[in-house]
Design a protein around this ligand. Structure first.
Ligand code: ATP
Ligand code: MG
Length: 112
């Protein structure tokens, strides 16, 4: 199993959720976060003013998936999150060692 974590533009969340739904992904966690990338938190609009580091609002998406779905999930997120502009975000993939579905006690693949 893998945990796919993506930092994306907040207004792209609905498109991403629809793309993941098409892949039959049922569970995910979404959080409001702040972040900066290579432009150090400057948007296109203030790219001319390069004097300070700041943070922009982003959405963090976490999806636990079986190994066979990782490539499709990455592609679905990338395709649905892209605008082609700076700040489109990043996808990080972690190894996931254990999962437990609390209500049923199911584990790992069965628990996703
Ligand atoms: N190396 C990193 N580690 C952790 N989070 C990161 C990293 N790079 C980017 N992020 C997160 O992703 C968000 C979006 O990053 P962003 O898309 O601006 O990356 P970038 O490398 O600057 O690419 P681009 O040039 O397309 O803007 C950041 O606001 C931050 O939350
Ligand atoms: Mg950037």
């Amino acid at each position: 199993m893998k945990m796919v974590m993506a930092i994306v533009k907040p207004f792209k969340l609905d498109d991403i959720r629809e793309a993941l739904y098409e892949l039959d992904i049922q569970g995910m966690t979404v959080s409001d976060v702040m972040g900066c990338g290579r432009q150090q938190g400057q948007s296109d609009a203030d790219a001319a003013i390069r004097d300070s580091i700041s943070f922009l609002p982003k959405t963090k998406l976490e999806v636990a998936v079986t190994d066979d779905k990782v490539d499709d999930v990455i592609k679905a997120i990338q395709d649905s999150a892209t605008t082609g502009r700076i700040g489109d975000g990043k996808i990080f993939v972690y190894d996931l060692s254990r999962t437990v579905r609390i209500r049923t006690g199911e584990k790992d693949k069965e628990a996703l």
